[in-house]
Design a protein around this ligand. Structure first.
Ligand SMILES: Nc1nc2c(c(=O)[nH]1)N[C@H]1C(S)=C(S)[C@@H](COP(=O)(O)O)O[C@H]1N2
Ligand SMILES: [Mo]
Length: 326
């Protein structure tokens, strides 16, 4: 019997009831390492749960160290909600579609090419990407432009670590992210909802901000396909659509890249798309949000925070009119 548990929002089963012997043994080793201080972060139950989960073969565990700077004290969104309520139009436009159809995405082998205005263009496979910098767990708020939000424990490292390796030229001012574009693996590409491939972009200083996370996992595991496996970006102070999934190319450019949502509806989705409660979407307010998993399915109980609460990015925009550059 497969026992699938996790400690993120779902009610955890007491580990003592379900833990196989091997896991129990490794947990003792874990306690020992905790005691000597060689493991940072993660609660005991969390760790035991992840091990049991990994053993079930349902998902591949990904070890990381909690970055205490991003140990957000908000209730994490339940794993089930974060993996069944998704926007990933390459796999359909209903929230439930990606979890059901993204099984056809083949995430290994996978390569990502970094080129454009760089001195050292590079193509990396997944293993190289996983080893490029120490993996951190960071708990970030995610605010979708549609008016809902989640709290997700991502795993990855600052994109700046990768950008340093390829040495941007003096002409580089923007970074463009391109999602895989393969109809055989992504049924949603048959529908012309967007001008495929999905492309997003950041200014180079935004891309180099330490908060911008090159993301390889979540909830202690590799990314589920529906969340953008095997590699995506997470930019927590911007609306969710800026965080492109299943990335195959990162290109540095002189000019502001054309981006998928901005192309589709330029008056509704700006290039910046910073979370901003004072700038409404033309068709709805952005002043509040509904946290997925909280009471009241359609109630926007929470006030949306400027930059989604990440005020440390404000200096990136000093002197800019954020109503004009929305
Ligand atoms: N390639 C691609 N990336 C994408 C999207 C998409 O449709 N295609 N949707 C975006 C939107 S609107 C949001 S809110 C987030 C959702 O990420 P999640 O499903 O992991 O919560 O992914 C973003 N990245
Ligand atoms: Mo979104």
């Amino acid at each position: 019997m497969l026992i699938r548990i996790n400690s993120y929002g779902d009610t955890p089963t007491p580990a003592s009831e379900i833990t196989p012997r091997a896991v129990f043994e490794s947990r003792r080793e874990f306690i020992r390492q905790l005691a000597v201080g060689s493991i940072a972060g993660g609660t005991l139950l969390e760790m035991a749960s992840r091990e049991a989960f990994a053993q079930s073969g349902a998902a591949q565990k990904l070890v990381s160290a909690m970055n205490p700077a991003y140990a957000l004290m908000e209730k994490k969104t339940a794993y089930k909600d974060a993996t069944t309520y998704n926007n990933f139009y390459e796999f359909g436009t209903d929230k439930a579609d990606p979890a059901q159809t993204a099984g056809s995405l083949k995430t290994r082998p996978w390569t990502i090419t970094i080129d454009g205005e760089v001195k050292k263009p590079l193509t990396l496979d997944l293993d190289a990407l996983l080893k490029l910098a120490p993996l951190e767990e960071r708990i970030y708020r995610l605010r979708c432009v549609e008016g809902w939000s989640m709290v997700i424990p991502w795993i990855g490292y600052s994109l700046s670590a990768l950008l340093k390796k390829i040495e941007p030229t003096g002409n580089a001012r923007y970074v463009e992210f391109t999602t895989l574009d393969d109809k055989k693996q992504m049924p949603g590409l048959h529908s012309p909802v967007l001008d495929w491939p999905y492309v997003e972009g950041l200014r180079l200083d935004e891309a180099n901000h330490p908060l911008t996370l090159l993301t390889l996992g979540m909830y202690g595991e590799v990314l589920p396909n529906q969340n953008g496996a095997p590699v995506r970006i997470a930019v927590p102070w911007k609306y969710g659509f800026k965080s492109a999934k299943s990335i195959v190319r990162i290109r540095l450019t002189r000019d502001q890249p054309r981006t998928a949502w901005n192309n589709a509806a330029p008056h509704e989705y700006g290039f910046y798309s910073n979370v901003n409660p004072q700038v409404d979407h033309p068709r709805w307010s952005q002043a509040s949000e509904r946290r997925i998993g909280e009471d009241g399915l359609f109630t926007r109980k929470r006030k949306t925070l400027m930059f989604n609460g990440y005020s440390e990015v404000a200096s990136l925009y000093s002197g800019m009119d954020l109503k004009k550059f929305f």
